[in-house]
Design a protein around this ligand. Structure first.
Ligand SMILES: [Fe+2]
Length: 360
């Protein structure tokens, strides 16, 4: 299935993109890559937006949207989530991956549920295009015992290798869900448009919680040229990523054409905008390329890395349309499922797209 090309560039896959991406980058780390040591991803105190006066909120929104507009990434502190939960989950994620048998994992091998490729991704099989040195597991809203319009009764055994895990990770989903609207409103307000345009779409909306387990690398894997996670852009509105304990996240700076090593304070949340947001904001908020490389201190030879990003989506039958007030639309309205599956067929194969573009 896999092309296993560690030297591939994003240009080979541009036909899948449903928003404009002009830059060229190599998907995995390479000794010739350059790093931008001067750029700092901005850190914001979110409390003035959550609890402040209208003037505090307006000031925050302008600064926050400005930072996101600049590079597609920002970091927030005082977000209201108990940071002890993050510390606890770092250990729980490692336990899930290291104590579940491969047979049990493979019973939940990822397949498409609506837009989302949900389930277990074996090491080197996160995508069809690149042999990344990560195991992953994705659950969307349907996999949790949460309020939602369901077609079938929720059955924990349909999604989880052991029923005890569902309430563990449901806590994370419940902790993050109250952030969906404030983050979106702050971005919209900072762009000068109605902050509430997505309130309905974001009520009990879909999401994808992804657990990543990057095992320690042996010498062979270390020298193979493969990376921890290939360069990519997220196909979502935005991603909520609690700062991982182990470094490695790198962000493409389109001005310097160099990679920025992202350093986020413990307990903070990294927010980055994805393809949905770039599309509806008419390219104002970019979907920025990022990847996971090896830590500078070489600790990947002995230490695992864990992360748990949560991608915020709209449901499949919603329409993604350029928001009013952002100029002449550069994109046609498109159904979320069409947009999402066309974009992610880059990773999962052409058959993944529910509706393919008309061939020329
Ligand atoms: Fe990502």
């Amino acid at each position: 299935m896999t092309a296993a090309n560690v030297d591939a560039s994003n240009q080979e896959f541009l036909r899948y993109d449903q928003v404009e991406k002009r830059h060229t980058y190599r998907l995995a780390e390479n000794p010739t890559d350059e790093y931008d040591e001067d750029y700092r991803i901005e850190v914001f105190d979110f409390a003035p937006y959550l609890n402040g006066s209208p003037a505090d909120q307006a000031r925050f929104a302008e600064d926050f949207a400005g930072a996101v507009q600049d590079i597609g990434f920002s970091i927030i502190t005082n977000h209201g989530v108990d940071t002890a939960l993050y510390a606890e989950l770092e250990d729980q994620v490692e336990e899930l991956f290291t104590t579940t048998s491969l047979d049990d994992k493979m019973r939940f091998r990822a397949e498409r549920y609506g837009s989302v490729s949900q389930g277990y991704f074996p090491i080197r099989e996160t995508s069809d295009i690149h042999p990344d040195l990560v195991e992953g597991w994705v659950w969307c809203r349907r996999a949790f015992d949460l309020p939602q319009a369901r077609q079938a009764p929720f059955r924990v055994e349909d999604f989880w290798p052991d029923a005890r895990w569902e309430p563990v990770f449901r806590r994370l989903a419940l902790a993050h869900e109250p952030l969906f609207k404030p983050i979106t409103r702050a971005m919209f307000q900072g762009l000068g448009i109605d902050p509430h345009l997505y309130d309905r779409k974001l009520t009990e909306t879909n999401f994808g919680l992804r657990l990543n387990y990057y095992p320690p690398l042996d010498r062979g894997a270390d020298e193979s040229g493969a990376g921890r996670l290939l360069g990519h852009e997220d196909v979502d509105l935005f991603t909520i990523l609690p700062a991982p304990r182990v470094e490695g996240l790198q962000v493409w700076n389109h001005r310097s054409n160099k990679w920025v090593r992202l350093k986020a304070p413990p307990g903070s949340i990294i927010i980055n905008t994805g393809d949905y947001m770039q599309r509806i904001t008419n390219d104002r908020l970019p979907s920025t390329t990022h990847r996971v490389g090896k830590p500078e201190d070489g600790s990947h030879l002995r230490t695992a890395r864990v992360s748990f990003p949560m991608a915020v989506y709209v449901w499949e039958d919603e329409v993604l349309e350029v928001l009013p007030g952002l100029g002449e639309p550069r994109y046609e309205p498109v159904k979320a499922i069409t947009f999402h599956t066309r974009s992610t067929s880059k990773f999962y194969g052409d058959d993944y797209a529910v509706e393919r573009p008309v061939e020329p």
